[in-house]
Design a protein around this ligand. Structure first.
Ligand SMILES: *[C@@H]1O[C@H](CO)[C@@H](O)[C@H](O)[C@H]1NC(C)=O
Ligand SMILES: *[C@@H]1O[C@H](CO)[C@@H](O)[C@H](O)[C@H]1NC(C)=O
Ligand SMILES: *[C@@H]1O[C@H](CO)[C@@H](O)[C@H](O)[C@H]1NC(C)=O
Ligand SMILES: *[C@@H]1O[C@H](CO)[C@@H](O)[C@H](O)[C@H]1NC(C)=O
Ligand SMILES: *[C@@H]1O[C@H](CO)[C@@H](O)[C@H](O)[C@H]1NC(C)=O
Ligand SMILES: *[C@@H]1O[C@H](CO)[C@@H](O)[C@H](O)[C@H]1NC(C)=O
Ligand SMILES: *[C@@H]1O[C@H](CO)[C@@H](O)[C@H](O)[C@H]1NC(C)=O
Ligand SMILES: *[C@@H]1O[C@H](CO)[C@@H](O)[C@H](O)[C@H]1NC(C)=O
Ligand SMILES: *[C@@H]1O[C@H](CO)[C@@H](O)[C@H](O)[C@H]1NC(C)=O
Ligand SMILES: *[C@@H]1O[C@H](CO)[C@@H](O)[C@H](O)[C@H]1NC(C)=O
Ligand SMILES: *[C@@H]1O[C@H](CO)[C@@H](O)[C@H](O)[C@H]1NC(C)=O
Ligand SMILES: *[C@@H]1O[C@H](CO)[C@@H](O)[C@H](O)[C@H]1NC(C)=O
Length: 825
């Protein structure tokens, strides 16, 4: 027994020397750790999402939603926080001033919580900050001038809070900022004319505030401006600067309910204008008669004091969806050919809202296509009952609103699984195939159209290609219009031709949304991420970033490995010497074949067939001499790997149950565990837990996109050897794997190594082992494990030094020889 103790002691020693020491050497910058503690301290976290924010080191122990740079900084040797991703965690409390200490942070995301207090001025110290995302909270106070000093800021997203005070003039220095999303706050005062210096600004969303003063004509100098959205502010009595008609880049001008006076703007010189809304003001005079851009979808002059007649220039606009001129003082005749250039295929509609004006006559009889709605009530022309057909356009008019909708799921697919998480991929090329989706709540903040239906296919194309997905992988499950108007959608993302996304793909998709990496579209405008719900994949996202070890740590490991080798060789001598002088005897009772085994479920053939889609090709994940392996989702939602034996490969039911009995006894973190089996209809199947990260071979092979980092390999090596150690020393009777190779080491979602395939095809029935062999076997096990460990360490070290990817398991034959040698001693 003594050698065993020595073995495990040295093992433990080595473990700490190799795994703990490097992590102790590499830590997060202490001031950032303190800052994170302070940030956590001033937040209240009723759901306990941040409970691990007091355990260990933030970047090493992967604090929830803290993303660090993957290597230590060259200048100070510490890890640094790169992102705080605290989207929708139900947090309340305030933002700690210590945020300013995270000076290398790029993304600060506190969206959709219940945080109160103000934005601390120290945010101005985060010089790397690119995305400032605090929208959807209850922040108040004013905007700190210091934010204007952030040289890398790309996006200020503070909308839907109660932030008051003026927009600081210092914001005019933000020459990398593209997005001002500050709508739905209590901002007041004048829009600083200095903002016209912003060279990169594309979206200026300041709607639903208390801004006052005048509209600065200078904003026309903004060279990249696409959207001006200032609805629901109070520019009491000032007029729309004529210079706005010169912003040639503009796609959308929305000035609804801003208490504006003076003439309606002439925007006929804006070549790509798609959306014009100046409704609910006190504009006077005639509607400018210049021809608007052919891109225009929405024209809203309603609720003003405009007079004169309806210009002929509204006719022939091919993309028009809505022309609202209602509640003005317009006179003259009703235009009869606005729709002349519109192609009404593809569910296009057109609303012409002229009600409550002074229109007196029809120039021509109204004969619009079925898809055109004309509203004329409240005009004198409705009194001329002799006009043909006029009555149908003169009925009192309810508010006309654009429709929401949901995907047509009427082509009934049989449910994929009776319960979560599998769902039908309705648009898949192979209809009714199944996958486990990701869910995204998404909102267009400032769309360039009034009716989404004709743009649905284009949207599908835009977003799926922006995410680098096939179009069918994106499902717009529902869409609905909200005040603004904003278009809220629920989306599902499905994996490509498989049931599950791999963890890397889930990470990538999340990052596309949370990092605002999806290119903006002219017609769809900016988006809001309301929620990214990984659903079934939740655990996949909890990992932090991978890190590399420093040279010092590697040198330490190499030295330790050599030292261990020296200890080992003396150990070998000791064991061999002692072996000759000792005898053990211990009786082992042969186990009966049990018919019910605790913790291992007896599945029916039908259950397993259902959860693998009739053992379809799409569920196939592997194949070998014993048969095929399928991926299936069990009734309880667990994903499983189902090994279906080829006919005749498991001779006789006795041996099959011996396997199950054996595997059901083995429980170790580094062994794949058995969930159940099926023995029915001449079918013999074993159901294992599913390992989302595949085999180690996949990751080491030359085809792998990135090989695992050194610490990860080390963990994998340690993990696999611990699994093997368990088989040799703890299992009763001991089990020899005899087939250790990279393809038999599986990796779970957290890259924990698990040894697989230790029974099915190669297990030696325990009866064959003579009882008198056991003691020496135990000693030799230890020896063998040590040879194995040293071999693995040696290879790992060589691997790192030589950068040879396949080194680790290159010499499996050697291992086998060692084992055969040991077993025949
Ligand atoms: C941190 O994440 C890495 C990989 O992403 C993982 O291997 C490691 O176990 C995690 N650390 C902790 C303490 O969970
Ligand atoms: C670390 O991150 C950078 C980009 O931030 C990336 O280019 C690099 O590949 C990453 N390295 C590792 C080991 O993941
Ligand atoms: C951080 O911000 C405070 C207040 O704005 C300022 O006094 C201090 O100098 C800043 N620190 C650094 C390192 O920039
Ligand atoms: C927003 O802040 C203002 C004061 O700045 C206050 O009068 C108002 O009640 C607040 N609104 C909400 C909804 O909290
Ligand atoms: C942005 O501003 C800084 C200083 O305010 C200046 O040095 C830099 O040249 C500016 N960049 C651009 C593109 O205008
Ligand atoms: C913004 O404020 C307006 C007016 O209070 C409100 O109608 C609208 O729903 C708000 N929008 C959002 C997205 O909160
Ligand atoms: C618009 O631009 C033209 C030339 O580009 C200039 O002549 C005109 O004065 C500008 N109008 C306004 C109102 O700035
Ligand atoms: C029009 O809408 C109907 C259902 O609303 C849909 O079935 C049809 O495919 C749509 N047509 C086009 C061309 O998009
Ligand atoms: C639009 O018109 C086409 C034919 O003109 C018709 O088939 C279609 O149902 C109409 N759609 C709507 C929404 O009125
Ligand atoms: C179809 O969609 C509706 C609304 O989204 C949903 O309630 C219903 O369960 C869906 N039906 C199927 C068969 O998926
Ligand atoms: C989807 O999978 C097919 C093969 O199954 C591949 O050809 C295609 O490139 C994949 N598409 C994307 C967007 O990954
Ligand atoms: C505007 O029209 C041009 C062609 O005239 C087209 O290329 C562009 O995509 C359109 N833009 C939008 C936002 O519809």
């Amino acid at each position: 027994m003594l050698p065993l103790y020595i073995c495990s002691a040295i093992f433990t020693l080595l473990y700490f020397a190799h795994v703990q020491q490097p992590t102790a050497a590499q830590i997060t910058a202490p001031w950032e750790v303190n800052a994170l503690r302070a940030i956590r301290g001033s937040l209240s976290d009723p759901n306990g999402f941040l409970n691990n924010w007091n355990r260990g080191d933030p970047c090493v122990a992967n604090w929830t939603r803290v993303i660090c740079y993957n290597v230590t900084a060259k200048d100070d040797g510490y890890f640094h926080v790169q992102e705080l991703q605290l989207l929708r965690l139900g947090l309340s409390g305030t933002l700690a001033p210590e945020l300013g200490q995270l000076s290398r942070m790029k993304i600060m995301d506190f969206m959709w919580n219940k945080i109160t207090g103000s934005i601390p001025k120290e945010v101005g110290n985060i010089t790397s900050l690119e995305l400032l995302l605090v929208n959807g909270n209850q922040l108040s106070g004013s905007l700190p001038d210091e934010i204007g000093l952030l040289p890398n800021l790309n996006r200020i997203q503070i909308d839907q809070n109660n932030i008051s005070g003026p927009i600081p003039k210092s914001f005019a220095n933000l020459n990398k900022t593209k997005h001002f999303h500050m709508n739905n706050n209590s901002l007041s005062g004048q829009i600083p004319p200095e903002l016209s210096r912003l060279p990169s600004l594309v979206h200026m969303l300041l709607d639903n505030n208390n801004l006052s003063g005048y509209l600065p004509p200078e904003l026309a100098q903004l060279p990249k401006l696409l959207i001006i959205q200032l609805d629901n502010n109070n520019f009491s009595g000032s007029s729309i600067p004529p210079s706005y008609g010169n912003i040639t880049t503009l796609l959308k001008l929305s000035l609804r309910n801003c208490s504006l006076e003076g003439p309606a703007p002439d925007v006929s010189g804006i070549p790509q204008l798609g959306y014009l809304d100046v409704s609910w003001n006190q504009l006077t005079g005639p509607i400018p008669s210049g021809q608007l851009a052919s891109n225009i979808t929405t024209i809203d002059f309603s609720h003003n004091r405009l007079n004169g007649s309806i210009p002929a220039s509204f006719s022939g606009l091919p993309n028009l969806q809505r022309l609202s001129l209602d509640n003005n003082n317009l006179d003259g005749s009703v235009p009869s050919d606005v729709w002349q250039n519109i192609d009404f295929s593809g569910n296009r509609t057109l609303i012409l809202d002229f009600h409550n004006n002074g229109l007196t006559n029809l120039s021509n009889p109204l004969t619009p296509p079925a898809n055109v709605t004309i509203l004329l009530s409240g005009n004198p022309v409705c009194q001329s009952q002799n006009q043909l057909n006029i009555a149908q356009y003169c009925q009192s008019t309810p508010e006309v609103t654009a429709e929401g909708g949901s995907i047509d799921n009427s082509t009934l697919c049989a449910p994929c699984a009776t319960d979560f998480p599998l769902e039908s991929v309705l648009k898949a090329p192979n209809p009714c195939s199944c996958g486990v989706p990701l869910y995204v709540d998404y909102r267009l903040k400032s769309p360039g159209f009034w009716d989404f239906v004709p743009y649905e296919a284009q949207f599908q194309e835009y977003l799926s290609s922006g995410l680098f997905l096939n179009s069918y992988q994106l499902e717009v499950t529902t869409f609905m219009w909200e005040e603004g108007p904003r278009l809220k959608m629920t989306l599902k993302l499905f994996p490509n031709n498989t049931i599950l996304f791999n963890s890397r793909e889930v990470e990538r998709l999340r990052y596309m949304f949370t990092g605002w990496l999806i290119a903006d579209s002219d017609i769809f405008g900016p988006y809001e991420l309301i929620n990214f719900n990984p659903g079934w994949y939740e655990n996949v996202l909890s990992r932090g970033t991978k890190k590399s070890l420093s040279t010092g740590a590697i040198v330490g490991i190499v030295i330790a490995a050599f030292a261990a080798a020296a200890v080992l060789s003396s150990l070998i001598t000791l064991i061999i010497l002692r072996r000759r002088s000792r005898q053990f005897s211990k009786k082992r009772t042969a186990k009966r074949i049990p018919m019910k085994i605790d913790g291992v479920k007896d599945f029916t053939f039908e259950e397993l067939s259902n959860c693998t889609n009739d053992f379809s090709e799409s569920a196939l994940i592997g194949q070998g001499g014993y048969g095929k392996v399928y991926r299936g989702v069990l009734a309880d939602g667990k994903v499983a790997a189902i090994k279906r034996a080829q006919e005749g490969s498991l001779q006789g039911s006795k041996e099959f149950f011996t396997e199950i009995e054996l595997l059901s006894r083995l429980h170790h973190r580094n062994l794949v565990s058995l969930l159940g089996y099926c023995d029915e209809e001449d079918e013999q199947m074993l159901v294992y837990e599913y390992m989302p990260n595949g085999t180690l071979r996949d990751h080491l092979s030359a085809k792998a996109r990135e090989s695992p980092s050194f610490p990860m390999r080390l963990r994998i090596a340690l993990g696999s050897s611990r699994g093997i150690l368990y088989l040799h020393t703890e299992a009763d009777p001991p089990i020899f794997h005899r087939d250790i190779k990279a393809s038999n080491i599986l990796l779970d979602s957290k890259f924990v190594a698990k040894v697989a395939d230790f029974g099915l095809s190669r297990q030696q029935p325990s009866e064959r082992r003579g009882a008198q062999h056991q003691p020496s076997l135990r000693k030799m096990n230890c020896l063998f494990v040590w040879s194995l460990h040293m071999y693995i360490y040696g290879c790992w070290c060589m691997d790192v030094c030589s950068m040879c990817r396949l080194c680790f398991f290159r010499n499996c034959a050697l291992l086998l020889l060692v084992e055969i040698f040991v077993r025949n001693l």
